[in-house]
Design a protein around this ligand. Structure first.
Ligand SMILES: [Zn+2]
Length: 261
């Protein structure tokens, strides 16, 4: 028998789905309980007191009645509503992309405080109006670090020699860079430019203020986006849904810009 007990935690609402007529099941990412699922009863009713505090992409204090299989959310108070992220479609998609990666790379009930901090920091950074492609690359690299998939960017993963400043390649199945000699023996690799590798290294070991000082032109930005997308997809063995959404949005915004010209 598992006894119900109550607890309170900070949480970021990373997913939601409908349950019955008026309820929702929410996925919460928390500092010490890791990823948890919680039922929010009556939250889809117009006068629900909880609903405003349990929107997607909200950082809240949440009270839970712990259950054997699923917890019930009994109270909630917003800490930060991240209105910027919710009022701009691009920002919404970028933030949902980050929360979806957290959801896909974690299992329920496994504490990962650094990952919680990273997600919260990323949502704050996305609101700052800088280069959000850099923010997302920083997020991806540091997420991988925190879930145990840190890519090897300093040495060739095959011969272990330091990489020369030329276009080397990245090999998802080997989890890191390959030098020119070793690239030939691997079936699936992606070229990484000298500048691309520099940016990745700085993001991997820097912090958000390092990321804020970097500049990427569009070509470099696309190169790194493709590279990280391929590695993440390889790891997840399927396309990340939100990544497809980001592509659709990018396509739409291009069309809109063309229409304005
Ligand atoms: Zn090598």
């Amino acid at each position: 028998m598992t006894k119900l007990r109550n607890c309170q935690t900070e949480a970021i609402i990373i997913k939601k789905s409908k349950l019955g007529e008026a309820d929702r099941i929410l996925t919460l990412y928390t500092p010490h309980l890791g990823k948890i699922q919680g039922v929010a009863k009556g939250v889809r009713r117009p006068r629900s007191k909880l609903s405003g505090h349990l929107e997607l992409l909200t950082h809240s204090h949440v009270s839970l009645a712990r259950g054997r299989n699923i917890d019930t959310i009994t109270g909630s108070q917003t800490i930060s509503s991240f209105l910027e992220l919710k009022s701009d479609l691009d920002l919404t998609s970028q933030a949902l992309y980050a929360t979806e990666l957290v959801s896909q790379f974690t299992a329920d009930h496994i504490e990962n405080h650094p990952l919680f901090k990273l997600l919260l920091e990323t949502m704050e950074q996305l609101c700052q109006g800088g280069d959000n492609e850099l923010v997302l690359r920083y997020f991806e690299l540091n997420l991988l670090e925190r879930v145990g998939y840190r890519p090897q960017l300093l040495l060739c993963v095959s011969c272990r020699l330091p990489l020369k400043p030329v276009t080397n390649s990245f090999c998802p199945s080997a989890g890191g860079m390959l030098c020119l000699n070793c690239t030939e023996s691997q079936p699936l690799t992606y070229p990484v430019s000298v500048n691309g590798l520099k940016v990745l290294r700085l993001l991997q070991d820097g912090d958000y203020s390092t990321a804020g000082r970097l500049r990427m032109n569009q070509e470099l930005s696309r190169e790194l986006e493709r590279l990280m997308r391929n590695y993440l997809s390889y790891l997840l063995e399927r396309e990340v849904k939100s990544a497809a959404w980001l592509d659709t949005l990018r396509q739409q915004s291009k069309q809109n810009q063309t229409a304005l010209l």
